[in-house]
Write a protein that binds this ligand. Structure first.
Ligand SMILES: [Zn+2]
Length: 194
């Protein structure tokens, strides 16, 4: 089975991943935690302090080839994928192949970019996923306190729709993301990008 868990930034995606994997391991179910390479580290970490080692992969890696033997030889039946929005379309297909039979692949990630568009990987994942789970929004809009469903990219106090650098997670300083509702996203973009 291929499952997709989604939420905004700071919605507890990594924490949910780690807690679910921990629970499975306690029940003697063999788990594998993987994530696409980023500049930070080789761990899955959550804001509330949970963390776990994981296997890192690159855009050119074939995830089916990488993990099919491990799946058989180590008896792994649960695979957890963090930051799945950064996978390639091909890798989503490879995860789907891995998830046939008695293996469940649990993908955790964002749905939309700061431009409020679906990530390319998510367009494919939404078609392939057997189950989509919306994580309870723990994150509220910075401006009106509604549930946050998307995010703004703020550069020097202004929301922007185009920024040249590829982001891998949160950044601090003069460039940062703000979790917001759609209404405030539209309002802020209209005000700042005209
Ligand atoms: Zn709002």
């Amino acid at each position: 089975m291929l499952k997709y868990y989604y939420g905004t930034m700071a919605s507890g995606k990594s924490a949910t991943l780690l807690m679910n994997a921990h629970q499975k391991k306690k029940n003697n179910i063999k788990c594998l935690i993987i994530k696409p390479h980023d500049k930070r580290d080789d761990k899955v970490t959550s804001r509330i302090g949970l963390e776990s080692d994981c296997i890192v992969f690159y855009p050119e890696d074939d995830l089916f080839e990488m993990f099919k033997l491990k799946r058989l030889s180590e008896g792994i039946t649960e695979i957890y994928v963090d930051e799945c929005q950064f996978l390639t379309k091909e890798q989503i297909h490879q995860l789907w192949l891995l998830s046939r039979g008695d293996v469940t692949v649990n993908c955790f990630g964002l749905r939309v970019t700061y431009r409020n568009e679906l990530f390319t990987a998510i367009q494919t994942l939404s078609v392939y996923a057997d189950v989509e789970v919306k994580l309870e929004p723990t994150c509220t809009c910075k401006y009106c306190n509604e549930d946050a469903t998307t995010h703004l990219l703020i550069v020097d106090d202004k929301a922007v729709l185009d920024y040249p650098e590829k982001f891998e997670g949160d950044v601090e300083g003069d460039i940062h993301f703000e979790c917001v509702c759609i209404g405030c996203w539209l309002e802020r973009i209209a005000k700042d990008t005209q």
